[in-house]
Write a protein that binds this ligand. Sequence first.
Ligand code: GLA
Length: 367
Amino acid sequence: MKRVTKLLFSSACLILALASSQAAAVKDFSSIKEYTLMNKNGMIVRITNYGATVTAIIVPDKNGEFADVALGYNTVEGYINAIDRPYFGSIVGRYGNRIAKGKFTLDGEEYELATNNGENHLHGGKMGFDKVVWDAKACGCCNKVILSYLARDGEEGYPGNLDIEVVYTLTDDNEIKIEYKATTDKATPVNLTNHTYFNLAGEGSGTINNHVLMINASNTTPVDEGLIPIGELAPVKGTPFDFRKPKKIGKDLDKKDQQLKFGLGYDHNWVLDKKAGEMSLAATLYEPTSGRFMEVFTMEPAIQFYGGNFLDGRLKGKSDRAYNFRDGMCLETQHSPDSPNNPQWPSTILRPGDTYETTTIYKFSTK
Ligand code: GLA
């Protein structure tokens, strides 16, 4: 992976690097690049056009010590060869999260998607957006990486040519802003998200169970054993899923609860308390030892909190330390899983002539 370093400020807005002009097959390593963004506070974010992946987030703790708080690898081969493909840092889609049995009906037609999670479809299928090489360009003065990908009609079973653009911006307020846009030539489901695994004490430093989490949601979408929503909303009140006030993740993890059993811990979708489409605070995450604090703002209606329950020590990350059970966690802003089969929930269907547009911000500070 060619590293495009020091994408620092410059007075003129230059296009500093161009990756492939055509989204390339995975084996075409030559078009894979990594971009480094740095803001005036010294915060660094690295992004590669393989899977539109965030490969590093280097932020200070309360004493000004910098650490990388995103799980991942030093080389693109690490991402490509990872056992069980954990989607570290990548954009997932065309439909992030699960679609039951990989099937849905749209305008009277039944579609069959690739199944890659037992009998279900997960994160876009066998060759989802995390496994393709995106076109990329970087803008130096505005600290942005602009990635685009054309998902073909029929890819992984989805209808329509979907033209996608994802823009990552690192601001001087220590925010990673992710702007998603897509258009299509046939009606299709779209649900894009970022799959960064955070550990605010630093990647490779152990469990996230001591992190303190707040999720601004009164309900979840309970699931069956295959982690497919059963179509109802369940109030969090009085359950281990109540994170409306900041709570240590480990606090209720060992409670007897069928949903926790199905998810092997937390791997669920919270329906945010908000007005449709508004940009609002979805979650906060605090790590007491380092003092690092992260806020998640989104226009999306829901968030998947995945507690790293499938990490099992077989993957070794950037600092050559094993990623064990619950050593990283994702806060994936999105529409609820299996929405195409749950018409009572906000629609994920994009139609020709309309534009899919959504923004999520991860903001870092200390307390
Ligand atoms: C998601 C899912 C999890 C798991 C991870 C990847 O967040 O909800 O069940 O599949 O991705 O390991």
